[in-house]
Each structure stands twice: as C-alpha cells, then as structure tokens.
Design a protein around this ligand. Sequence first.
Ligand code: ARG
Length: 612
Amino acid sequence: MAACAFRRSIASQLSKVLDLPPENLIKSISAVPVSKKRHVADFQLSVASIEEGSSSDCLVQDLQLRAQKLAEKHKEALTQALGTGRSDYWRTTQCFEERLKLWKSQLKCDAVVSEISTGPGTVNFTINRELLAKTVLQQVLKDGTEYGTKSELFSTVPKQRAVIEFSSPNIAKKFHIGHLRSTIIGNFIANLKVALGHEVTRINYLGDWGMQFGLLGVGFQQFGDKEKLKSRPLQHLFEVYVQINRAAADENTKRLAKDFFRKLEEHDEQALSLWKEFRGFSIKEYTQVYKRLGVHFDEYSGESFYREKSREVLKMLEDKGLLQKTTKGTGVVDLSEKKDLSSFSTVIRSDGTSLYITRDLAAAIDRMNKYKWDTMIYVTDRNQSSHFQHLFQILKLMGYDWAERCQHVSFGLVQGMKTRKGEVIFLEDVLDEVRSRMLENMASAKTTKEVEDPVDTAEKVGLAALIVQDFRGLLSSDYQFSWDRALQSRGDTGVFLQYTHARLHSLEQMHGNEPVTDINVACLQEPDAISVLQHLLRYDEVLYRSSQDLQPKHIVSYLLTLSHLAAVAHRTLPVKGSTPALAQARLCLFQAARSVLANGMKLLGITPVIRM
Ligand code: ARG
C-alpha cells in the first residue's frame, strides 16, 4: 500500500524525535483530506491522536492533553469572542505551537519527505512529488481489487469468522423497505469483511413459521392455484394471505387455521408437504430477485428450523433455573437487575408454544455450534433493538460468553417509498420501478450513449442510485425517500458514480486499454493531478473507518469526492492532443482513479457499468 510506505517512513523519523516506537505512531499519521482550499501537505501527524497508552513519554502525554484542550478552547474561543478563557487559550496555544515548531526543527526532509510544516495541532508532511505519483500509481495498478485492503492499518485486526444475518423477509407477507435496507446493508458488511480477509457466512433467516402458515394453509385450500404457486409464488401466496385474512374474521376460518398450524407443529405429512412447497418456491423466486441485486446467501435458514430446538432451549433455561412461570401460564426470563421482574422476556406462551425470541435463542446457539464464529451480526431496523438486547442478555445469563460478540446493526426508518402502482409489496416492485424510471431518464438525456443492453444498464445504474441514497447518511438516521433525488444525474448520487466510471472507462478504450506501465511522473504535477493522487492515498484509511463502525457513508463520500476530482481532472488534463508522454501519464492517473472507484462501488454492492 502506497500510503503505508509513506506513513512508515514518516513514523520512523518521528519516532526518533518523540522517542516512541514507530508502530505507535502509524495510526496518528493520516493522509490530509483533499479540500477546495488546496493543501500542499499529503500527511499529517495529529498530536491529539497519538495512540493512547503508547506514550511512555510524559512530554507526549502532556502534549496530547494540550492538544485536546486546544481543540475545546478553539470551539469556545469561536463562540465567545471575548471572555475569561481567552488568555489561557492563547497561552495553551502558544506553548503548544512552540513545541510543534521544535519538533519540526528536529525533523529533516529526506528522499521521501520534501517539506515539513506545522498547523493547529498537527505536523504536516509533503511527499516528494514525483515519488508520490510513482508510488501511488504503481501500487493502485499492481494491487488491483486488493488496493487498500492489505494496509498495515489492518495489521492489528485479527482475521475473523463472521456470521452475517440479513434480509430475512417473511413468507407470504410484504417485503417492506426495511427488508430492502437490511439486504443492502448486510451485503455491504459482508462484502467489506470478505475484502478485508475475513471468513463470512451470509444467512437469510426467513419468517417461515407461525400462525400465518395456518391461515395460508386454509387459504390455499380455498383460493390457491398450484400453477400460480409455481410461476409467481411470492405474489400468489401474498394474494392468498390477503384473501384469507379478510375471511379470518369468521370463527370457523380461525378454527381451521389453528387446526392447520397445529397439524404443522405435529408434523402432519400432508400439511408439511404443502408448507414445504410454499417455502421452496418462495426461496427459488427470492434467489432470482436477489440475483438482480447482486446478493447471494450461503444459507437459507428460518424460524421453522428451530421449533424443535427451542424446546431444548426451554429445557436448558429450566435446568439453569432461569425460567419462571407466570400466573397467566406463560414462561418468562427475568432480565432485571434486582430480580423483581421489572424487565423480562416471554419465551413460552401459555399454550406451550415457542416465540420469536425462543427460536432466535436456539438459532444463535446452533450457529455457534455449526460455524464457531468470532462475531455474529444481525441487520434489522431499530424497532427490533430491544428484541436483540433481550436475546443477547438471555444468552449471557445462560452462560454463553460469546453473547458479547453478537451485534445488532440497526438502521433507521425510510418514509415514502412508493411505486407508480402504489405501495411496495415485493422487492421486485422496487427493482422494476427504479429500472423503468432510469430507462426513461436515459432515453431523455442527451448524453446517453448507445448501449448493448439498455435494460440491464438502467437496472445497474438505478440500483447504484438506491444504494447511494440509502448509504449517504448514518445508518441510524431516518430519511424521506425520493426517486427524483436518488436518480439525479448530477450531484451526489449513484448515477453520478456510474457516469464517472463509464466516462473513465471509455477514455481508456479510446486510447487503447492496455494497462499503462512506464510513465513519466514529472508529467503529473498539476494541482488537479496531485489532488487525485492525494485522494487515492486515503483509501485505506476510509476502508479502515468503515470496517470499524460498519458505516458505509465513509466510502460513499470518498467515492463521490473521487468522482468530482476525476471529473475536474478530466476537464483540465486532456489526454487527446497531448504529447505521448503527457497522454500516457494522464491515462495512467485516470486508470488508477477508475480502478479505485470500481473497487469501492463493488464493496457497496454496486456493479459499475462501462457505458451509459
Ligand atoms: N423476519 C423478521 C422480520 O421481518 C426479521 C428477522 C430478523 N432476524 C432475527 N434473527 N430475528 O421482522
């Protein structure tokens, strides 16, 4: 990784001055983000971020403290122009700046670093310009899809076995926007973990058990059609479910549904074989629709798998003295600190049947036995937060220490996603809608190129739009869905990412798409070229951030900036009409930008298009 080589070189110099091992400094040296106000420096050491605990030296500790204070005072000083804090502020500042200057004077420029300066709380380093271009471009083109993923920033992160459970829709019920969010977020987390060398199992935990199948069983006898079940299972089952729900008001239907579900629970062969058809055909159709999204699963599990095993869980809870019977006849686990049932979770109904959480307990234990995972992630909307809290708490009470390695990645709610037909019921509705809207936009845009398969292109670009709209903010925030905003061709959208990718790709095509190797880096000294290079330098830090907090927004905003910088460079640094050396060097820069853009897009779950 290009950035690593530079960070290491800077760290080794700094380590002598600060008397700290270079490893402890690596994470405090970061690439300077490219901004409109162009910076010359490529890296900075932020004093406040020198790894805690690493500073055996009291001087550094003292400086960290000062740096933090300075940051706080900075805020204060801004809000209150006058005030008592002021003189202290300047004293802290002065002393601190002096210390930084002293460091600066002890550091020497060398073959790697061509300039050293100081800023508020930072020491800044500029890399030798030709070395910067050469190292970054070589590394990006050599590492290809692995660029940034092998960075030493990840060297302290052990390789893990991760189970990621996501999407998890309910058969015969609506596939709502929450399921779509779970699908794309889970897919992103899985992609990122795989890219960083972890072993990932993707599980889809279907809602494939419960009273709804009693109703569905009865409904199918009245309104079902085997042919429709085979050809459009999701739609047909949903229709049957809606019809029978209307009829369910009458007592007879309710009784029949209960009977049917009881038969299922008792393994009645006929009932089970119908249920198996419902499940099997649904999964088949789901698999096809997920394929359009570029999503796959290693395992289609579901609540039905755990109805037997939940009994074992109940037995275990009982043996451990954790199960309490209530006067209503239900079984609960006390979760309160004082053991006064001020907080509890019901794990068994009065009729002896298991609940959602009972099955989840069984599923978690089963997955641990099966996969021996290091970390397990559940992706659902935040309405299920307390469910997962309870789940993890009970596991802990049962003595499973690994409960601490379970994580619920929750996300906010999305308002207003509607298709022209109306409410979204199936995942397919969303995919069809975004594809048709995108096709219309492509047909009316003057810049649209002739593409081999416009429908396929529209789908890929449309999906990019959905994903970027969803991933731009914090996952926990709610947002108002807007087709128009998502599908804008300009601005910070997935369409813009796709467009940039396609343009860069066609530039390569136009000028021979051989990977460029031997270039004259002296040709890449314009500020717009340097900005792209500086930005490429930051990719591993961005991956690192996303891997730490599992938020895709860092990668999204990185890629949007990359696209803006590449667009500017494309305008100001023409390839066509330039001397061969200049053209080669620029082409190489654009190739590198496209490569990193494509890598990042794929992590997000976007398939880059090469023409649009
Ligand atoms: N099927 C559930 C729903 O649609 C989501 C399942 C989440 N996963 C779990 N292990 N409980 O609400």
